[in-house]
Design a binder for this molecule. Structure first.
Ligand SMILES: [Zn+2]
Length: 177
């Protein structure tokens, strides 16, 4: 194997053996016992390279489930729409929640629909412009609620439920896109 594999490495005191997981969004995560030397881990993972690549190829064949792909032209068009959409829906929902955000940015992300920084900046995937309105609303509300609850606690979800009572069902729909 000459090609270097990209993976995320987690070290844990609680695991005794190396673990490897390949996810349908194309990410590879290795978990190693705390005490193992990095060179050993690297070797171990390289030995599994064929297995990993095979898994990735399988996912690719089925199409990475996370989010569909678009051309550059479509991207620019959706990006504009996504910004307008995010602004208008944030105006609406921030009034209800009485929450203030700083900046909105629209990004081209492979696997995430949105994120919220600790400074109150919200970012959204340009593909929210391709979603049905109730799904896009959920993503906007989700990130907005992180301004008050920077976690996925019970409080966070009940905040979301104030405007999106069927959020569980919506999350399932988004996962199955
Ligand atoms: Zn979240």
């Amino acid at each position: 194997m000459e090609q270097k594999l990209k993976y995320q490495l987690k070290k844990s005191r609680r695991v005794r053996r190396m673990r490897l997981a390949v996810y349908c969004d194309g990410s590879v995560v290795a978990t190693a016992p705390q005490h193992l030397a990095d060179s050993f881990i690297e070797n171990w993972i390289q030995q599994k390279a064929d297995w990993i690549l095979n898994k990735l190829r399988n996912f690719e064949r089925k199409g990475f489930r996370a989010i569909p792909k678009y051309s550059r032209k479509e991207y620019l068009q959706y990006k504009k729409q996504a910004l307008l959409l995010a602004k208008s829906r944030l105006d609406y929902f921030s009034g209800i929640y009485n929450l203030q955000y700083q900046r909105i940015s629209i990004r081209n992300q492979k696997t995430r629909w949105g994120s919220c920084s600790r400074h109150g900046n919200l970012s959204f995937n340009y593909k929210i412009a391709t979603l049905e309105p109730h799904l896009a609303d959920y993503i906007v509300v989700h990130e907005l609620c992180h301004l008050r609850e920077f976690n996925h606690s019970k409080n966070f979800w009940s905040l979301v439920a104030e405007t999106i009572p069927d959020y569980k069902d919506i999350r399932r729909q988004i996962r199955n896109l």
